[in-house]
Design a binder for this molecule. Sequence first.
Ligand code: HEC
Length: 104
Amino acid sequence: MSNRRNLFIIAGLALAGLAVVVLFFDLPEGSEIFKREGCISCHSFKGSGGSAGPELTSVTSRRTDPWIRRQITDPKSHNPSSAMPSFRHLSRKEVTALIRYLKS
Ligand code: HEC
């Protein structure tokens, strides 16, 4: 009886571990997207990057996550004459990864 219970506990832990690993590896790396998409050519973050756009080091304390998400996918919704290109082609997960990176 107790053996069987242990088996259930071990199987449960193994499944939980697997879920964590899958979730972790499924998330794209925000720092990579920041470079790949050229955010870094206009924005400085943690001491390096361009200066065409505002410095982003503490942006997540000034702006909410939904605001930043909108700025990334549709900057003209905040400022009709925005010089920032729209990154509509990014997936929801990629934008989430970018925001998480900006919080780091
Ligand atoms: C061609 C230059 C350019 C690129 C590339 C660019 N931005 Fe911007 N960004 C700007 C400018 C200029 C602003 C200032 C507000 C405006 O004009 O919309 C801005 C504003 C922002 C803001 C709001 C900052 C604040 O203090 O209010 C965030 C967040 C942001 N950009 C994130 C990104 C991310 C993430 C990327 C890459 C996916 C990116 N930007 C790519 C030029 C750029």
